[in-house]
Design a protein around this ligand. Structure first.
Ligand code: NAD
Length: 416
């Protein structure tokens, strides 16, 4: 499913960084180093199509910052995933891996193509050509790709195989692989599970009780569907959920066991539980205790932010609030837990996958989930302490912690 209709710009992400650099009083040189990507590569990706033609796609890999460890970030196959978008997503990865205290930097890659219009064979050839063209930047201790929009576990198996043809069997070169090829147990649910762990950990600080609190989830793909089901298991009342076509609402709580598939987009509302139809814009403005946007970026803007009635927002999607919307909501006292914390469960379990691959040892799923819970709790407590001490929003506290840690790593390395 391709969901990146509105793209995140590098300027939007940099604004959050610039504000943190201002608060921290960062000197000019280091400030510039941490703002701009360390390295950007653009490659040609020619593919022999099934009908014999050669089609040439553009591919990118952006390595934003590697001061704290190997670059880590997904590969997106999408027609709109240009250099500008990849650059923004690479920077977000730096702040996310750092906030979760993973031994990684941040990167992102893409091929500008519509995977839904390509055959399996064409996708396999495209993935291999892309991998070979960026291969000199990759290694388990240099840069480790993962799936993102338009790519999946199969894509990672092809990338691993292409890399392995040059370097020998190297499962730690990508994460998000099929479990049979060295993927981690628990990876599929990891992002949604991370959201639910976070909600449990933050409930006291957010003055929430699972007994009577209502939750609205936008999006019913990998993140939205796992989040809704796991939050429901915690006892919260999920009153609305949606996909691309719209959503369903039931003030008494939806029966999520009736949600039959993870990715009902394209199938109308048939995969969703029973409830009254609502549009996506109505869903975002529902009166509820917790709103969890888990679909796409920039859905809450300066236009609809004044109508958002939820008092707490958990950003499970990447960048669902524009900076203008964020400012409006902060002034109104709406508590927002930021994307670089909320949806970090995926990259945390990617880190566990990489660790397991390096050791050639598989963890039980219970261990994966327990370690994920610890990582999410520790990160939330750090942000909570920082935001109370500095009287900042959670987003500001998250960026301050991450930017400070990366600056410290650059300083300790002493390479400038
Ligand atoms: P997905 O493709 O599995 O699901 C996306 C969902 O959003 C689908 O239900 C789709 O119908 C819905 N949707 C698409 N366009 C929409 C629109 N215009 N309005 C309302 N709903 C719309 O994607 P996903 O993997 O669940 O990712 C969702 C978000 O979470 C993205 O922002 C992604 O970058 C972010 N994220 C995902 C992961 C992960 O592990 N999958 C990790 C971190 C962040």
């Amino acid at each position: 499913m391709l969901v990146a209709e509105k793209t995140i710009s590098f300027e939007q992400v940099s604004l959050l960084y610039d504000r943190a650099a201002d608060r921290l009083g960062m000197p000019q040189g280091i400030r510039q180093m941490l703002r701009e990507p360390w390295r950007e590569l653009q490659v040609q990706v020619p593919v022999r199509m099934d009908d014999g033609r050669i089609e040439v796609f553009a591919g990118y890999r952006v390595q934003h910052n590697g001061a704290r460890g190997p670059y880590k970030g997904g590969v997106r196959f999408h027609p709109d995933a240009d250099l500008e978008e990849v650059r923004a997503l690479a920077a977000l990865m730096t702040w996310k891996t750092t906030l979760l205290d993973l031994p990684f930097g941040g990167s992102k890659g893409s091929v500008q193509c519509d995977p839904s219009s390509l055959s399996n064979g064409e996708l396999n050839r495209l993935t291999r050509r892309y991998t070979l063209n960026i291969e000199h930047l990759l290694a388990p201790n240099r840069d480790i790709p993962a799936p993102d929009l338009g790519t999946n576990a199969q894509t990672m198996a092809w990338m691993m195989d292409a890399y392995g043809q040059l370097h020998g069997h190297t499962p730690a070169i990508v994460t998000g692989k099929p479990v049979e090829m060295g993927g981690s147990l628990g990876r599929e649910a990891a992002t949604g599970r991370g959201v639910s762990f976070l909600l449990e950990e933050a409930a006291k600080a957010l003055r929430l009780s699972h007994v009577d609190a209502t939750v609205v989830v936008q999006g019913c793909g990998n993140v939205g569907s796992w989040t809704a089901r796991l939050v429901d298991e915690l006892g919260y009342k999920v009153v609305a959920i949606s996909n691309l076509e719209g959503g369903v609402y039931n003030a008494k709580g939806l029966k999520l066991s009736h949600m039959t598939e993870n990715r009902p987009a394209g199938s109308g509302l048939s995969g969703l539980p029973n409830g009254d139809f609502i549009t996506n814009s109505e869903l975002l403005e529902l009166d509820c205790d917790v709103l969890i946007p888990a679909a796409i970026d920039n859905v809450i803007t300066e236009e609809n932010a004044p109508n958002v009635r939820a008092s707490r927002i958990l950003e499970a999607a990447n960048h669902p609030l524009t900076p203008e919307a964020d400012d409006i909501l902060a002034q109104r006292g709406t508590v927002v837990l930021p994307d670089i914390l909320v949806n970090a469960g995926g990259v945390v379990v990617s880190y566990f996958e990489w660790s397991q691959n390096l050791q050639e040892f598989r963890w039980e799923e219970d261990r994966v989930n327990q370690e994920l819970r610890k990582k999410m709790s520790t990160a939330f407590q750090a942000i909570n302490r920082r935001s109370l001490a500095d009287k900042t929003t959670y987003r500001e506290a998250a960026f301050d912690i991450a930017v400070e840690r990366v600056a410290r790593a650059v300083e300790l390395r002493g390479f400038v």
